[in-house]
Design a protein around this ligand. Structure first.
Ligand code: AMP
Length: 143
């Protein structure tokens, strides 16, 4: 299965982004408002300048309780791993498992098109396995 199919199947295809100048306080509001675990950092909503997840906030909070006023650029990950719509689900799942992150932005022609979470990847994998099982089942039971 291609990543394009995974993002097409999501209830909302909007990607939540935040400016690198925004504060951690604003990030926390976005995470809560959209019920998500990570936000793409972007100056224009199209390019990927970084990614910031709830894990970055918790780690910082542990070291510095005054983190709420800090700018996102200070806590984000700049070296972002992305996938393209043509990439394969299995390759993406392997990337997320090996690198231990739960979010990957989808970029095509340099433009942010979507984001997949480990939850989206697991759901797509289960759908695929169930589809193949049903196909096999009807093949075995056909008269
Ligand atoms: P997550 O598991 O997605 O909450 O993120 C765990 C850590 O990996 C955090 O420090 C994130 O900033 C970072 N991270 C998340 N997604 C990516 C990604 N696609 N590329 C690089 N780093 C990431």
């Amino acid at each position: 299965m291609k990543i394009s199919k995974v993002i097409e199947g999501k209830p909302s295809r909007d990607v939540v982004t935040i400016s690198p100048d925004a504060s951690v306080r604003e990030l926390i509001s976005l995470l809560a408002e959209h019920n998500i675990g990570a936000v793409v950092v972007s100056t224009d909503g199209r390019s990927v300048d970084g990614i910031v997840s709830e894990r970055d906030v918790v780690r910082r909070l542990h070291a510095d309780e005054g983190v709420l006023g800090t700018e996102i650029r200070a806590i984000m990950t700049s070296d972002v791993q992305t996938v393209s719509p043509a990439d394969d689900l299995d390759t993406t799942r392997r990337l997320m498992t090996e690198r231990r992150f739960r979010h990957v932005p989808v970029v095509g022609d340099g433009v942010l098109l979507g984001i997949v979470s480990i939850g989206d990847v697991v759901k797509a994998h289960i759908d695929q396995v169930e589809f193949e099982r049903d196909q096999l089942d009807s093949y075995v039971h056909q008269t």
